[in-house]
Write a protein that binds this ligand. Sequence first.
Ligand code: NAP
Length: 254
Amino acid sequence: MKRLEETHMLLNNKVALITGGGRGIGREIAVIFARNGADIVICDLNTADIDETNRQVEAHQRKALAITCDISCLCEVEQAIKKALDKFKKIDILINNAGITKDNLLLRMTESDWDKVIAVNLKGVFNCTKVISRLMLKQKSGKIVNISSIIGIRGNAGQANYAASKAGIIGFTKSIARELASRGINVNAIAPGFIETGMTAKLSDEIRERMLKEIPLAKFGTTADVAKLALFLASEESNYITGQVIQIDGGMAM
Ligand code: NAP
């Protein structure tokens, strides 16, 4: 049986902006979107990483624009989107993917660890969505996909800041979905479980083994698993879906 993405180019001539696209899940989304006909704007902190993502996008004969931008700063986001519009004239898809962790038990969590995680993971989503939804409202179309986490649904000891930011994304997604629905804009969230990336590589073997025992499908997810779901939610195949949080976690949080 053919895979969904092989049936036709799902994002032909669309322009997608992906935050944190320099590596991990964001890079995989950039590459699968390019393979499906989209031009890609990457906003990320690390220039070397963005250049590698660009190279992989261009290998699929699509245009790529790398912008160094801290999404927690509204003025940097505004500048970045201006650059994207100078090159591409439109943005059809926003993937709010960039995220960080600064884990600790509550009593040991510093104010700065709390503020930083909320600033990047939650305010960053607000910043990018605020600026780009204005364009989408004028276009009367658009797809916004926010990367939350199952930690935002079930919580996790040692991750109160991260869980609060990811739960916040879920409330934000549902509210903005309601605000933008009448203008042809879909807003959904993805809640991944344990996905093999740089973010999870730093966890100890003991935590990894404990996590694995909690996953009914008995394996960790891959960046490709998440990217394929993002592709579906960014494409016209999902036009009747909005305000949803779709878990992709091997059954971990059912
Ligand atoms: P990752 O490998 O750590 O990549 C995150 C990317 O975001 C990096 O390229 C990073 O840039 C960038 N970034 C960090 N802060 C930024 C900022 N202020 N402005 C712009 N870009 C910034 O993470 P990942 O595992 O691919 O995770 C991607 C998303 O999925 C995150 O939102 C994460 O919370 C979520 N998620 C991941 C998992 C998992 O198991 N991996 C599970 C659930 C949810 P630098 O390279 O410069 O640091």
